[in-house]
Design a binder for this molecule. Structure first.
Ligand code: PSU
Ligand code: MN
Length: 302
């Protein structure tokens, strides 16, 4: 199939309570088989909330909006897909490769199908050591280009949190706390960083997002939803593991797109899988809230 044919077949989901899911977390963020288990559970959670899940990825060069269960299984098991961000989409498609999409690339492809809501675990941000490396994820930039609303559990503590927040502010990206007024930091429910915007339920969340979209600002919002209490980890303890993971990263001279996957895998190893359990719980929780939000947004547009 040519890319032109592929693009023509992409559905228009504007009148569906559609929720996008990414695939880099499947291939580069979690080990098998928990990754596949989690991806399928996310789809279930979206349905349970009244939404329709669409897991996004690239299979043999074809952009897929809604992978089948077998395709999810295949991507998650063989893990040979390349990590595709904004810059890699054209390459992956033209070479006929399997590609798993990051937050940035998933936003772009979700937008092609008019999907407005996208649930994930963590987004990329400004990395620690930015002053030397200039490592800022393309995810952050994408929010000021593509109007898809992303639900995550906050930036992961492997990042430079204050700089990540400043970057979002500079770019004019609304950061909306879902039932919280403090910035959640992925593994932990709360932090000392105050959020200026928060919503107490999905209806209020939808009304903020809807207003922003009516203004034609053409940008995404970041919704931060704390990990469920039961799975929240101790921030100080995690900091120790993060320091160790960063030390090994430097020692092994890991750079570029390999940085985030390396740190995620290291943390999983160092915490003996405890961080993985938390990771799964928070993504599934975000999927559920994504379903609620997609339903509310559709009501407002009717
Ligand atoms: N952060 C996480 N889990 C993840 C990722 C980030 O806590 O799985 C993945 C997402 O797909 C995100 C990507 O879009 O890593 C960011 O990679 P980079 O930092 O290279 O932009
Ligand atoms: Mn990077």
């Amino acid at each position: 199939m040519t890319l032109e044919e592929n693009l023509k077949r992409i559905p228009d989901l504007s009148d569906k309570p559609a929720v996008a899911l990414e695939t880099t977390v499947l291939t580069h963020g979690m080990p098998y088989p928990q990754n596949v288990e989690c991806a399928l559970k996310c789809e279930e959670e979206i349905r349970r909330a009244g939404g329709e899940p669409y897991t996004i990825g690239i299979i043999k060069g074809e952009i897929k909006i809604g992978l089948t269960k077998d395709e999810i299984e295949e991507l998650g098991k063989n893990m040979q897909a390349i990590k595709v961000s904004r810059r890699d989409i054209g390459y992956c498609v033209s070479k006929g490769l399997n590609g798993s999409t990051t937050v940035a690339a998933t936003m772009i492809l979700a937008k092609l199908a008019n999907i407005r809501v996208f649930s994930t675990g963590g987004i990329g941000g400004v990395h620690r050591g930015y002053n030397d490396t200039m490592d800022v994820s393309a995810d952050l930039e994408e929010f000021s280009k593509t109007d898809v609303n992303v639900i995550c559990a906050g930036p992961k503590a492997i990042l430079d949190i204050p700089r990540t927040l400043e970057y979002l502010e500079t770019k004019g990206i609304p950061v909306i706390g879902y039932q919280t007024k403090k910035m959640p930091l992925f593994y932990t429910r709360t932090s000392d960083y105050d959020l200026e915007i928060s919503a107490s339920d999905a209806k209020e969340l939808a009304s903020i997002i809807y207003a922003q979209s009516l203004l034609g600002l053409n940008q995404g919002s970041l919704i931060v939803n704390p990990v469920p209490e039961k799975f929240s980890l101790d921030a100080n303890k995690m900091e120790g593991y993060i320091q160790e993971a960063l030390r090994q990263m430097e020692e092994q001279k890991i750079t570029g797109k390999a940085v985030t996957p390396f740190l995620l895998a290291k943390l999983c190893e160092l915490t003996k899988g405890v961080s993985l359990e938390t990771n799964m719980a928070l993504i599934e929780n975000n999927a559920y809230v994504g379903g609620l939000l997609a339903k509310e947004l559709l009501q407002l547009r009717k």
